[in-house]
Ligand binder design. Sequence first.
Ligand code: TXA
Ligand code: MG
Length: 352
Amino acid sequence: MKVWDVRGVVEEASLSEKLQEAAAALQQGGLVAFPTETVYGLGADATNEQAVRDIFAAKERPADNPLIVHIGDMSMLRQVVADEKDLPAPARKAMEEFWPGPLTLILPAHPAIAPSVRPGMDTIGVRFPAHPVAQALIRLSGRPIAAPSANRSGKPSPTTASDVAEDMEGRIVGVVDGGACTVGVESTVVAISDQEAVIYRPGGVTQEQLAERLGIPVVLDPHLSTPTAAPKAPGMKYRHYAPDASVHVWWGDGSAIEGALRQFCEQHVGERIAMIVPAGWSVSTADGALVWSAPSSEPYAAALSRELYRLLREFDRAGAEHILVVGVPPQGLGAAVMNRLQKAAEGRVNRV
Ligand code: TXA
Ligand code: MG
């Protein structure tokens, strides 16, 4: 697997030069992983049916789970959506306010988009990522790029090029290494009509931000609050984001959480435990647990969002049997982080 290292390359001409080979691979139907501000994507030409099928094979992804199509500038929008002129006004507004950025809009699909991108659906998810490397690569390839997260299905999404390599070595042409992702959780997936916006997957753009800017009601797809409801985004029904270790989450009152962590350690003496805690927490653990505490320089939710997937992978490699996580209230970016933690923990989320 090739690695194209573009870390620290900002000048446009040298970035283009370093991305030539990766862009050519995409044009020829190859699979190339690349950084975005949310997570690394596993890219292929969205108009090439065989290339898109290869994505599903490389990821071992269920065929009924549609892919997000990425554009490198606004002029590419007309290549991916049908009736570009007739989009609902609030959807336009969302593009103006939040693109480029961590927001995916569900829109009517252009007929040139390969059928496997949108199995049995007449819509596609469209995103214009903010990452300069993603933008440059997509523009150079001249194609809309279908890209799910570049993990094997069920695993935590990759936020570094080495995470991608861990899952995709031998399965793809290569990965563009642009360093660590800054948001760390995937984009918000939202369907917008003239009347309302429905969030299918919470992510980097928050419900609160959408409500403030769009001027229409912004609601959550019922499955996000009612476990028995069927999700509108097919991907949300699968076990997801899960490391090999069992994950346990507590949120709420700080001293109650510390008590719960201590009790868990007492009840699992001799087992390998890892912890993710806010800045300044000192949890005394008998058997020398692996502890990651957040930096104090930023809100805990932002640090947790950026580092969560990387830490889940790191603790797996270290052989942890249990990963204990201090969660956050499910508001703002916290809604996205807690949604992912809910899945990683398979429901073992406790409010104390
Ligand atoms: O941040 C992100 O969104 C990353 C980066 C690479 O852009 N991509 C990503 O893709 O997370 P993926 O495939 O892991 O998740 C796409 C989600 C899935 O839950 C899928 O079901 C949903 O978007 N989705 C895609 N197209 C859809 C459609 N037409 N209708 C409903 N849901 C859709
Ligand atoms: Mg994914």
